[in-house]
Design a protein around this ligand. Sequence first.
Ligand code: NOJ
Length: 447
Amino acid sequence: MNAIKFPPNFIWGTAAAAPQIEGAAFLDGKGESVWDRFARIPGKVVGDANLDVACDHYHRYPDDFALMRELGIKHYRLSIAWPRIFPQGDGELNQAGIDFYNRLIDCMLAEGIQPWVTMFHWDLPQALEDRGGWRERLTPEAFGVYAETIVKAFGDRVKHWITLNEMRCFTILAYGDTIRPPGLNEGEKVVNQTYHHALLAHGLGVQAVRQHGGENAQVGITDDCIIPVPVIETEPHIKAAEQAIRELNIRSIDPILKGEYTELYHTLTGENAANVEPGDIELISAPTDFFGMNIYTGVYVRAKEDGSPEILPFPSGYPTADAPWLKLIPQAMYWGPKLIKSVYDVPSIYITESGAGYDDVPTETGEILDLHRRQYVRQCLMELHRSIGDGSPIEGYFLWSFMDNFEWLDGYTKRFGICYTDYSTQKRTPKLSAHWYKEVMQQNQLV
Ligand code: NOJ
């Protein structure tokens, strides 16, 4: 058999995020987050579900880490809840929050699991939103203090930091498209400013790690950049995809990786460009150790006659996971890292999320035979392997998610876990994909 082997020392892991699994939304001094507030508005979240209990990981983390160990998971991407540390976003520190993450990190390490910590996974303290949220510079400034606080508190044990998760979901979707908290419909200028403030927060997060994280600490950002997949893998279409990846992500990753707001940014944003203060660009584009990519899907692109990109609409009936936004495009896993490498010359990439959401139902015997998830993830890994073979500097892969959890607008209806969560009993059951992934990790090859 011709084994599909991954490079030695390749990092395999799983991922989750505090607001989606912890619960204890108002316990031990935690402040309200924008998602705690948003979920309480009737009709916003499927089933009017909220984050109050979620997977109760706040109380069950020892069992969860024991299960991770059993499944051979050695790296776990988690996030810290900002409102647990600073209930009002800034000002008074909540020592109980620090104590909780100290216990949690110690427990992980005792189970042989390395933490990869995301500083911000969308749960902005509501009190900061009340003062303007990402529209105002005070939010990245407060984030800077928060980042410094957590790096100082946990940096002796945490060596991998991720500043922000998926900027798009708390900038344009939140302030421009109404569909994420705070659910506003502001104009382009405001939206561009929220992006700029997010970029600043990233820069301050990097600074915190550099100043307080210790010598061997690594830091990067995780983004869900939109990935154009050349519909025919030939030169003109690949060139069009290279142009498209910049244009599609001009407000988020381009300033970080180009180190400036380029002419292209100004052309595309015009008079709505963000206001920038002296020193901002240096902060935003300070070198990082890796670039994190969340890759679930993409868009298809082809070259027009003049060579410029044309994004193709999906025909009805194009295959998706049960989450309809998740069009099944395994080649995004090849082209995402490949384009980021060729356009921005990034030296190191981690896939910080990849997976698929389905309405899993246990069989009569209680098994969860998620053949669809296993199949899609496997196809994605084939493409990842092809990408590595073609020179993409991919050093690791984190499957989303360790267990089913609060899937934002979809509440608890879409399941992304490789472990099934029974929300009535909080029992976790490894799905077929978990048993499969265990072997992949252990053998460092596709099985
Ligand atoms: C990306 C987000 O980071 C995560 O929170 C979410 O659950 C997954 N995508 C699946 O939609």
